[in-house]
Design a protein. Sequence first.
Length: 248
Amino acid sequence: MHTKKILPSSALLALLASITVPTVALSQTWSAPGDGNWSTGSNWTPASIPGSGNTATLNDTSSNRTVTYDSGASGTVGTLVIDQTTAGFTNTINLQRSLILQNALTLGASAGTEQVIVGSTAGGGFSLTSSNGTTLNSGGVLALSATTNTGGNGFQAGSTNANTAITIAGGTLLVQATTGNFTAGAASNTVNGILSMTDGIIRFDNIVGTASDRRLDIRGNVNISGGAITADRSTALLQFLSSANTTI
């Protein structure tokens, strides 16, 4: 004859607490009719805020659309996909807080433009860290927006790890003009990782704003074998800092 053992309630609660329920990674698609904030769960299908481990997709748009990665977002996303196929329109993520992507980021459209803007607030800039690198194909734009603070500090794309490389293969790395209440004479955006360009453009858009001196600091290895570096005004500066290898 077998005797059943009944756990006391305290032991049962401890047992239940020790059971780990695995987190289910979601694939979520932007479903709002136009612009909106990332942190509004109803803007997504399924309806929740995309975060760590999840895949967030901005599907094709037939009008210019900007999704703002705002302060209510978590700061981490598994994979970001922008899927623009209609010509003449730009599908944009505007970072208004720092974002870590756990997987690679690829921007490039068969028609139209897929764009990520690394933005700002009056207090400083934000960073985009793509853990497995960023590739800019034709139709893809990574825009480093100029700072609005008064210290002359810019924005960071990537981190110091070599696998956070930015590869320009037909797309555009855009150093944008100064906006807001900027008072310093120069502003610098930073790529804290390696950069390579086989085709495409590094463009300094420094027509608008009070700071005429726009700078891009690249702090990792640099390999430019094709493409072009252009500036809308002569006061643009491309700096290679702490770079072990520079090949142009």
